[in-house]
Design a protein around this ligand. Sequence first.
Ligand code: BTN
Length: 268
Amino acid sequence: MKLPETLVGLSVRELGRHSIYLPQVDSTNLYLKENGESLPHGTLCYTGQQTAGRGRLGRSWIVPPGQSLAMSVLFKLDNINKLYYMDKLPLLCGVAVVQALVSLTGHPFQIKWPNDIVCSGFKVCGILCESRMTKEGGFAVAGIGINLSQPADFFEEAQLPHAASLQMLLPEPPPAFGETAAAVMNHLDSLWCLYDKEGFEPIYAPYEKMCMTIGKEVRILSPLGQAVMEGKAVGIGQDGSLLVQAADGTVHSVQAGEASVRGKDGYI
Ligand code: BTN
């Protein structure tokens, strides 16, 4: 009998060839940051229960037992000069998750810049990429949290009005835990291999197509939630930043690590 965590359908060349399933962990990102030096490039660490999950801009990411998927992937760099490589990692992960969820469910998913995954106007997945410098050069960790089957009460109690689980939004049951992890890995592996060979150029157009933020009037918020500027999102910069055109015509580049973005009248 297959265990729920079995990576059903995994078919990868580079990432996810080594995987660690933990029934419970403080944070899969932390686990790989702490153990990354002794683990091979591409290691996947995944769990159905995180006790101290980390979100963007210092927030937490709660993963109650068995209702969502928390997964992190280790990217080792053989050369410190390749650290710039990692600024596109959040965008690659966003594209991989959308491709995986569309292929698993047949429903539409989009990216809210930089990498919230949205379905029917609700956030169903968050992505947090972190890095750590070492004597050998350093490594990055890409963390992905997908809301599979939490009930509506969970998001109400956590005061997350813009978030939902796939179970709440889709007419069919959500995809299985291990199958979802495998599908994300399959797409992330393909995108990573392409990126490594040809750079971001061939991924730029798919990202922009999936990104619902581009073309919208947006409000940029500081990590403390204060509005710092308003304008129209006109594209993605070479460094993965969001390009926002203010009313006076000037274009500003907004970095993912420093801000969040809202539609003029709400979450998207
Ligand atoms: C966000 O704030 O939107 C990003 C959330 C990222 C959550 C994932 S769950 C797996 C990995 N481990 C963590 O502690 N965080 C990321």
